[in-house]
Design a protein around this ligand. Sequence first.
Ligand code: ZN
Length: 608
Amino acid sequence: MPGNLPSIADLLKRRKEAQTAQPAAAVETANVEVAEEPEGELIVDVPTEQKISGDVETQGMLTEKMGAIKLREKEEETARLAASIGVPYISLKGFPISPEAIVLLSEEQAAQMKAICFLSTGAELRLGAVDPTAQAIVDLAFDLGERHKTNAVIYAISEESFKQGLRLYSMLPKITQAVKGVQITEADLAKYQDQMKDVGAIANILNKANVTDVMAVIIAASVQLGSSDIHIEAEETGIVVRFRVDGMLQEIAKLEPAKWQKIINRIKLIASLKLNISDQAQDGRFTIFQKNKEIDVRTSTIPTAYGESVVMRLLNPDSISLAFEELGFRTLMLKKLNHEIEKPNGMIITTGPTGSGKTTTLYAILKRLNTKDVKIITLEDPIEYKVEGLNQSQIDTSKDYTFAKGLRSILRQDPDIVMVGEIRDIETAEIAIQASLTGHLMLSTIHTNDAAGAIPRFLSMGVKPYLLAPAMNAIMGQRLLRKLCPACKKEIVVDADTMKDVKALVEAIPENSGEVKPDLATAKFFGPVGCDKCNNAGYKGRIGAYELLVRDADLEKMITESSSITEYQMREVATRQGMVSMAQDGVLKAVDGVTSLEEVKRIVGFSR
Ligand SMILES: [Zn+2]
């Protein structure tokens, strides 16, 4: 980058030349000369916002002189204040600020923090601030130093210096700002790992750490525990920090309420949120950089009674790195699904509530299909994970790039396989169906409880049955079950009521499913205990409970011939074709000792 950019002095010169070429009336800025130079500072012409009108020249000069004296007084006052608090002072008037230095802060950030990055050499970075002792500034300097692997020094500057620095932004060529992020090195993680034996230890470290470390520890601990979300909430008696691990929220620590302002400022800083806004919801994003991995973190804040509530979602690429075969499909279902995804056209739909892992399943299918000879395009809201080799596009309703419009554009890009994040309106549904009938494999999700609910949902949107029937290849229902920690699980005795439900489910497994029904009289069941390895949860990691309904002649006939179909009718068709339900799949996984019956009951229920 250096060498390509003109220096600020060049830019100023060019600007001045441009101005002299214009008629006087059009000149908006004037060049002010100060009679005496502040000690040790280089003076060049710096534009101010004073207006000049050629006809009152004498008066204008007087005003200028007066203004200059006032400015000098203000500078002297800033210098005195700086000296009294032991912070170095600088006047940026005429200081040669390089574009490389100034862009280290975005214009928005500079304006918000009243700070200017005015010098950046390899060894040192200097940050001028109107309020050099503010915690946010101290944090900012620390952050800049960390990110650029250098020492960042804070200088006191006057309001006028700040304004001058800020004006330089408008003269800069547009430069993309360095990616916002938090660097966590392997060494940092190792250091924290040693100390973070369990949740109690994390709470201990957090209570002793300073604010900068608090956020680093929270982030490192959440990565370490494999959590998907960090919740930080201001309450009357303290700040509650909770992690979601394997779908369950877990309290990690409670911190003193006095730390709130500093913690929330730090979060807003790293996530590029507005520091001075706490009465509105805000959304931002930052990246955790690790040696071989980057984790995007979506951050949102909402105002609450005692401050704000912050939720950070960690989009950890590890959580979608599962291979298709490792998702937990039973052998027969895997065979069926493989058969469906290898078809060149048609629609495959996954169903389930938010957090049931349906998008993860689609990513796994896409990764499996992702070869050089096919073109895959996705349309997502938002793009959660970047997958190499996929053309991922994000809907933007503010620009009228909706699922329906996006899908239309995508189909003009000659794809073989298309994934649409969710089908929730008739327009999108119709285009998706059309596409799957014209030689595309279409993957999507629909928000229903189970596979049986999908067809009735499509029909209630207004989709034509005779188009839907030939388009729909397969519908999957799914939930995520926590896996028992293999290190501490123990055999349990199942109570009579539970056993009755389990028996009913096992007996209802269709004869033509190909599954061997387990002998419940001799089956062993396990329950959670808790140990070091599972952070005392008794569970570690998750596995899907699935059901897969595929199109057969029976289903196609039913869809085409009836004007409305109930979920009950769908379940009958499913049983006839030998579908194992999610609850049955869950029970079979409990029989295998992978999960517990109580988890299956909690997540899927024993009803069918
Ligand atoms: Zn354990």
